[in-house]
Design a protein around this ligand. Structure first.
Ligand SMILES: Nc1ncnc2c1ncn2[C@@H]1O[C@H](COP(=O)(O)OP(=O)(O)OP(=O)(O)O)[C@@H](O)[C@H]1O
Ligand SMILES: [Mg+2]
Length: 511
């Protein structure tokens, strides 16, 4: 909720930081081409823009990761140079990237003390270090033992530790790059409570998100970036469709353009699938032409089931049939051979070869198949790759750009594009539009439509309920490792899905 004492909400005060005419060029790409932006104490300033618009590049210049080619950064009224993390720290600027900067092997306390643990007689004073850590953790309201290794924490808690670390450095400016992308609804609520609290204490917060509904909930002002330029600045209360128009440059009339196809033969059959301690008795079918949504709370077992179907993880009971043929257990190659594809939830780890270029990544699956036939039509493959990259609006200098240097959302598009090119007859998409901007989402939905129109089957896991409701022909809901129910598109509503997702399945405990 915004505070109504001031038009900015919270304790909005004077300007802390400003950038003027910031410019940054990479080989073949102008990432920022004149960005103006100002930040006041006690505000949450949202950076909004399509994938590749330049949001992460902008904040990397504020945190000292990149140097601007032109333009200037002004802090407390004086121009500054931020040459590295040390400079940013001295200026009170802390950044929470999506790839956290914590050391997983070290404890929470050690991470919070990083670089300057309290000492006594020349030795690290562990007791004091833990005390200090407890204080900081209490400030963000998280109950973690400072002795816990960070690697054992879930993502939400790691994020809280990152925020606590920023507090330890007395940050006046806290920058968060898509902090909610990986959080569940209740974790987002918790994060927002802390963000509001920090704002009210006068911290200036830069907040990046592709979830437009979050903007009025947590933001005060919004700066819109388009193609590396700051195009406008508006209040966070600006209606969503107007924000979309500003960032994409055109209105989007239909956010979920599902065009149902006549369902054909079952292409994917899952029978009695189970794995001890994870999921049990999962049975369903997906027919040619269908989009079946798989909903449920985080931890319900959806990703585990998807990975077992694909053979990425083993299962104890049951079987999977693709095009009528049973798949051997735990054999990804056999699954791919049979026409199954999986767009995994964790793209950087599993979906991409970061050091290879876009064309190579897009061709990964196709190439494996083609080379088996002994003939590789490289030119044809490049054309197909160019076509998919174009349709998805991948912002790149060319097909030869290293995937590592793409923006987060554009990397995501490559993972999806790879499987779209692979012509898998059954595609499992795990959180397909996470980190994707609103315009590109519609493109992905249209590609899903064209797949099902040509007889492919799609199983879509998503925590984005509007996406599940908007794009599925049928919705399966998992709760505690079991299928809690199935809903036809017309019966599926926010309420009916949630009711099943939190349902107490009889004997729900998986043995
Ligand atoms: N190190 C780099 N080398 C080459 N190009 C880069 C590099 N870093 C960023 N770019 C390019 O700069 C542009 C802006 O990228 P940036 O990561 O800032 O986008 P973004 O707005 O954060 O997008 P997203 O919403 O997808 O995260 C992109 O075209 C990207 O490919
Ligand atoms: Mg980014």
């Amino acid at each position: 909720m915004t505070n109504d004492d001031s038009p900015l909400g919270g304790a909005a005060g004077g300007e802390i930081l400003r950038v003027e005419g910031l410019r940054k060029e990479f080989p073949g790409v102008v990432a920022l081409d004149g960005v103006d932006f100002d930040l006041r104490a006690g505000e949450v300033h949202v950076l909004l823009g399509e994938n590749g618009a330049g949001k992460s590049t902008l904040i990397k210049m504020l945190s000292g990761a990149y140097r601007p080619d032109a333009g200037r950064i002004v802090v407390d009224g004086a121009p500054v140079e931020i040459r590295g993390a040390g400079d940013a720290q001295r200026l009170g600027i802390a950044t929470i990237y999506q790839e956290f900067n914590l050391v997983p092997e070290l404890s929470v306390g050690e991470n919070l003390a990083l670089g300057r643990p309290p000492r006594r007689f020349g030795l690290v004073d562990t007791k004091k270090m833990h005390e200090r850590a407890r204080e900081l953790l209490a400030r963000v309201g998280v109950d973690v033992d400072p002795r816990t290794p960070v690697g054992r924490l879930g993502i939400a808690r790691m994020q809280m530790v990152e925020i606590a670390k920023a507090l330890a450095l007395n940050a006046r400016v806290l920058i968060m790059d898509e902090p909610t992308a990986v959080l569940t609804t209740s974790e987002v609520e918790r994060l927002f409570a802390i963000v509001r609290q920090l704002r009210d204490q006068g911290v200036a917060i830069v907040f990046i998100t592709h979830h437009l509904e979050e903007i009025p909930q947590v933001g005060d002002r919004v700066t819109v970036l388009r193609d590396g330029r700051s195009v406008t600045q508006v209040p966070a209360s600006t209606p969503e469709n107007e924000l979309v128009r500003l960032m994409v440059g055109r209105p989007i009339d239909q956010q979920y353009p599902r065009e149902p196809a006549a369902p054909g033969e079952p292409l994917l059959r899952v029978r009695g699938l189970g794995r001890r301690g994870a999921f049990e008795d999962v049975s369903f079918e997906v027919r040619a032409g269908e989009v079946v949504g798989l909903a449920g709370l985080v931890g319900a077992g959806r990703t585990e089931v998807a990975r077992a179907i694909f053979g990425a993880d083993p299962h104890d009971t049951g079987e999977v049939l693709v095009n009528g043929r049973p798949l051997p257990r735990g054999d990804v190659h056999a699954a791919m051979e049979a026409g199954l594809g999986l767009v995994p939830e964790d793209r950087k780890g599993q979906g991409l070869v970061l050091g290879a270029d876009i064309a190579e990544n897009l061709g990964l699956v196709t190439l494996r198949r083609a080379s088996r036939g002994g003939f590789v039509d490289r030119a044809g493959q490049r054309r197909a790759a160019a076509d998919v990259a174009g349709r998805l609006g991948v912002r790149m200098s060319g097909l030869g750009q290293e995937v590592r240097t793409l923006s987060g959302g554009n990397q995501q598009k490559i993972v999806i594009g790879k499987w779209l090119l692979a012509d898998a007859s059954v595609l499992i998409l795990d959180e397909p539009t996470r980190g994707i901007d609103v315009g590109a989402k519609v493109e992905i939905y249209q590609l899903i439509n064209s797949l099902t129109a040509s007889g492919h089957a799609v199983l879509m896991i998503s925590s984005d309920l509007p996406e599940i409701l908007g794009m599925s022909d049928r919705v399966l809901v998992m709760a505690r490792g079991r299928l809690a129910g199935e809903l036809a598109a017309r019966e599926a509503t926010q309420d009916s899905v949630m009711a099943l997702a939190v349902s107490e399945v009889e004997d729900a405990r998986v043995h």
